[in-house]
Write a protein that binds this ligand. Structure first.
Ligand SMILES: [Zn+2]
Length: 117
């Protein structure tokens, strides 16, 4: 679990989408359980998104809604990443088991054929 100090340091990287999956996971968990950091994020997000909008000249826009959406997307990204890792692990394990089975069968065949004596 992150401390508020650590979470605060991740606010700007979060807004700039610079956090890795694990960092994102920890950050979101903290934000959801800590009102003061959530408020901090909302303020920074509103200011930085607001400034970007001023620069690009896009009109009125629901910034709080955008933050909620961004957090949901980030969460989905974390979930998807985790699922991908689980699947990769499962596939690798299956492959390793498969190779082992083939090897065992092959050894048995050689054994039965008398090649191994
Ligand atoms: Zn906090």
């Amino acid at each position: 679990m992150l401390t508020c100090r650590e979470a605060e340091k991740m606010v700007m990287p979060y807004i700039d989408e610079e956090l890795g999956e694990d960092e994102l996971d920890e950050f979101l968990e903290h934000i959801w359980s800590c009102d003061s950091c959530k408020e901090e994020l909302e303020i920074y997000y509103t200011v930085s998104v607001g400034l970007r909008q001023l620069e690009s000249g896009t009109g009125v826009y629901d910034i709080t809604g955008a933050l909620e959406e961004s957090m949901e997307l980030a969460w989905l990204k974390v979930r998807a990443g985790r699922l991908r890792r689980v699947i990769c692990y499962a596939v690798e394990t299956l492959c390793a088991t498969g190779v082992l089975m083939v090897l065992i069968l092959q050894l048995r065949m050689w054994h039965q054929a008398g090649i191994l004596g």
